[in-house]
Each structure stands twice: as C-alpha cells, then as structure tokens.
Design a protein around this ligand. Structure first.
Ligand SMILES: [Zn+2]
Length: 248
C-alpha cells in the first residue's frame, strides 16, 4: 500500500488530468457527466475548490434537475465517507441530485452492506470512481485508539467500529505514526486496500479499467481534500488553476 502522501498503491498507466475547471465554468451541472475515473476526479476537485474558495454553484439542486433525474440515476462517484456531520459529500464537493452515490459509516468502516452498496453503484449504475473520504480529528479513530490503549471495549455495536479501525492502529504503530491525523491517513489508505482485498467484484472492475479508487483526507477547518492513496495511480491533489498536469 502507499504511505500517506504518496499517491498510488499499484503501478498504473500515466494519465493526464484535464485542466481543472476551478474557474467556475458556466456549464457546471449541465456538462455531460464524467464517464471515467479521471474525469470524475477532476469534477470532484473542481467542486471542492469552489467550496473552499466560497464560490459554490450548487449545481443540480433545482426543481428542473430533480424532475430530470427522477427516472434514473447515473452518479459519477461513490463516496464511502465517515458519518461525521461536518463531512456532507454534496456540500464539500459542490454537487447536487444524482451526482454522488454516498455510503457513510463512522470511521468509513466497510462491512458487507457497505461493500454491497459500492458494488451496486459500480456494476449496476456504472459509476467510474470510488472515493474513501476520511478527515482530520476523526472521532471514530480516536475512540478506537482510546479503547485500544485502555483495553476497554466500548459498549454495544460501537465495538464493531472500533474493531474495524484496530488494523489501522497496528499499522500506524508499526510505522511509528502516533499523531491522530497521521493515523487517519493510514486508516484511509487501509480502507482503500481492504475494500479491494475483500471485494473481488470491485477489484475486477478496477483491473479492467472501468473504475478507480481514491482515498482522500478532508480538513475540517480549511474544507479541502488531500489525496492519500489511489488505485490505479491516477490521483493527485487538485492543482492550482493553471495548465494540464501530467500524472504518474
Ligand atoms: Zn470521522
């Protein structure tokens, strides 16, 4: 797996990301929906840039679009995010109805229902990009660390969340990472790896080039996302609005 900050957990073809649409183009929401991982990732970065800079366009949230998508959906990205109330996908990526297929659990843990939901989006709806979305100061990761340190498991089903985070704690310890945000980055990358390890369906879609998986970490204060893992190696952080950037 990749270490946080080093995109790419497997060798991948060199890809070129289109010039970012961070200049708030007039066709946001009316342009054709992305159909491949690179286009989908570019749209997410563009929307996040609009959100960060305070220039959201709230595309696809009007009554006309609501009616237009009532008969079918073709979301261009699956967001497997933490349930944290400050991590609302359509807001931080400045998108609307029909754009994002969102599955959220505390600490973006991935049980069978989550994997089944993601497989549905990718294989039935044809969604070309999966994003594992974590964030700094994640309460689920902190709860897991506290339970692990004290040897006192939490009551009820919260145990399942803690147990799902423990492998990331072990990996962080082995790598000498102790700060919570460093552990979060490792947990995001671990989730990407675990998703493909547990789902032969998703692994096959990625291997066939029909889908990509990116791990992103969101900063609660700044509102921006940062890439910490990608399969194949197609993701980098959104470049400043300038020119096309060749990616390795
Ligand atoms: Zn969280």
């Amino acid at each position: 797996m990749s270490r946080p900050g080093s995109p790419g957990t497997r060798p991948g073809p060199e890809l070129t990301l289109p010039a970012p649409t961070t200049g708030a183009p007039l066709d946001v929401g009316t342009a054709p929906a992305p159909t491949n991982p690179e286009q989908a990732l570019a749209e997410l970065h563009a929307g996040n840039r609009r959100f960060v800079t305070g220039t959201p366009r709230h595309p696809n949230q009007d009554a006309g679009h609501r009616a237009a998508v009532a008969d079918g959906q073709h979301p261009f990205a699956v967001i497997v995010g933490c349930s944290d109330s400050r991590l609302a996908a359509e807001i931080i990526f400045d998108r609307g109805l029909g754009d994002l297929f969102v599955v959220r659990t505390a600490g973006h843990t991935i049980g069978p229902e989550v994997l089944g939901s993601v497989e549905y989006a990718v294989t039935v709806l044809g969604t070309p990009l999966i994003v594992v979305l974590g964030h700094d100061s994640c309460g689920a990761v902190q709860a897991a660390r506290a339970a692990d340190a004290t040897g006192t498991p939490p009551a009820g089903h919260l145990c399942a969340v803690v147990d799902a985070v423990v492998p990331s704690l072990r990996r962080a310890a082995a790598e000498g990472v102790e700060d919570i945000d460093g552990i979060v980055d490792i947990h995001i990358a671990y989730t990407v790896e675990a998703m493909l390890g547990r789902s032969a369906v998703l692994a096959a879609e990625v291997a066939a080039g029909r889908c990509g998986v990116v791990g992103m970490s969101y900063r609660l204060t700044a509102g921006e996302v940062r890439t910490v893992a990608a399969v194949p190696a197609l993701a980098v952080d959104a470049p400043e609005p300038a020119a096309s950037v060749a990616l390795a």
